[in-house]
Design a protein around this ligand. Structure first.
Ligand SMILES: [Zn+2]
Length: 371
């Protein structure tokens, strides 16, 4: 099988690196941030906006799309990309995390997990093969295996059980996927909570299978940042350099900095879009709360250094007003700016690695976005 990842430049003082992901003929520079389009839409934005912002890899959620619109609609429209008129690359999670966090009820069985929909209480079952089938209907370029996400704070016994289940399901998923890869890729998910030896065992077991990439789950799920960093640092030397490394559900500026420093290539998170809808935007001077009284008469843009169309056109005072009266454009303008910010933040980070300046880049942004 041809590799989907090509290594670029390595930082000399850390595990940070650049690279290129090739998906469906599209070449995507890494490290990359992927915005989240849970139900086939990046909330408040159009597919044209996504393309204008230059995003070439976005994420959608299998659990949500399986429930609505469901497989029949996805198959009828020949996949999600076609359905939403989005032409670039797509990654989907397996739905496991949502079953454990959203479904009103779930129960493990040897071959999968049975659950009740959070929408209407109906009963469903996910197995390693069935979630790949759903992701085939969605038509994602990168699919995820079904995993067992033990919650933060689980004891060692529970973490070991999650590992055994996750590894067994990953092997089944690999075999099932290999029967008909059909241009799609699948990544396994490393678990082990904040236990270093379990993390390393999980990483080694899963890297022994010829998956095209490797994902890390169960981080940024409530653990204090020093724990998050400790686990990333313990895995960094052992990550297979030939494959892309995806850290799931991570996306604050500081968490991304720590991730890249420890060899991570791919991130996704709802924070830049969710925070935007709540009036929090990211700027070259740090975070800003758009609802603050101090912006009432401001005719300056959100960020004078930002080149996005929102900052070129609208004042902080106007966008504050839209948030205060809950106008729908408050969501779309703020989200657009935040995703433009994330895109340019990642671009500057790649540049800093290329020119051997990652250390200064890291210190500058960590200082601005400290917490
Ligand atoms: Zn802007």
């Amino acid at each position: 099988m041809t590799s989907i990842f090509k290594e670029g430049v390595y930082d000399t003082g850390s595990y940070a690196r650049t690279g290129t992901l090739t998906l469906g003929g599209i070449q995507i520079p890494t490290p990359i941030f992927m915005p989240v389009g849970t139900r086939g839409s990046i909330k408040s934005l159009t597919s044209e906006d996504i393309s204008e912002l230059g995003y070439e890899l976005i994420l959608a959620n299998t659990y949500h799309l399986y429930l609505k619109p469901g497989k029949e609609v996805l198959d009828h429209f020949a996949g999600l990309k076609n359905f939403m008129s989005y032409k670039k690359a797509l990654l989907t999670d397996s739905g496991g995390f949502q079953v454990f966090s959203l479904a009103s009820l779930f129960k493990f069985e040897d071959d999968g997990v049975r659950f009740q929909s959070h929408i209407d209480g109906s009963y469903h079952k996910f197995t390693p093969a069935s979630v790949i089938d759903v992701q085939r209907s969605i038509g994602s370029d990168i699919m995820m295996v079904l995993d067992d996400c033990a919650p933060y704070g689980s004891d060692t016994k529970r973490l070991e059980l999650a590992l055994e289940r996750t590894h067994r399901w990953a092997k089944e998923s690999y075999q099932y996927w290999m029967e008909n890869p059909n241009g799609q890729n699948v990544f396994p998910i490393v678990h082990g909570g904040v236990n270093e030896s379990l993390r390393l065992r999980s990483l080694e077991t899963l890297q022994n299978i010829a998956f095209p990439g490797i994902a890390i789950g169960g981080l940024s799920v409530g653990e204090p940042r020093p724990e998050y960093i400790r686990i990333l640092e313990c895995m960094a030397p052992y990550l297979d350099k030939q494959r892309p490394h995806y850290l799931m559900g991570v996306g604050t500026v500081v968490d991304i900095l720590e991730g890249v420093k420890n060899g991570i290539d791919m991130f996704d998170c709802v924070l830049p879009t969710r925070n935007a809808r709540n009036g929090q935007v990211f700027t070259s001077r740090g975070k800003i709360n758009l609802r603050n009284e101090s912006h009432r008469l401001s005719d300056a843009p959100i960020d004078p250094e930002c080149g996005c169309k929102v900052c070129k056109t609208y004042s902080l005072g106007y966008i504050r007003h839209l948030h205060k009266v809950k106008e729908l454009t408050a969501f779309s303008l703020s989200t657009y700016h935040n995703l433009f910010f994330m895109q340019s933040f990642m671009e500057k980070m790649r540049k800093s690695i290329e020119i051997g300046n990652f250390r200064d880049f890291y210190a500058h942004w960590k200082n601005l976005f400290g917490s």
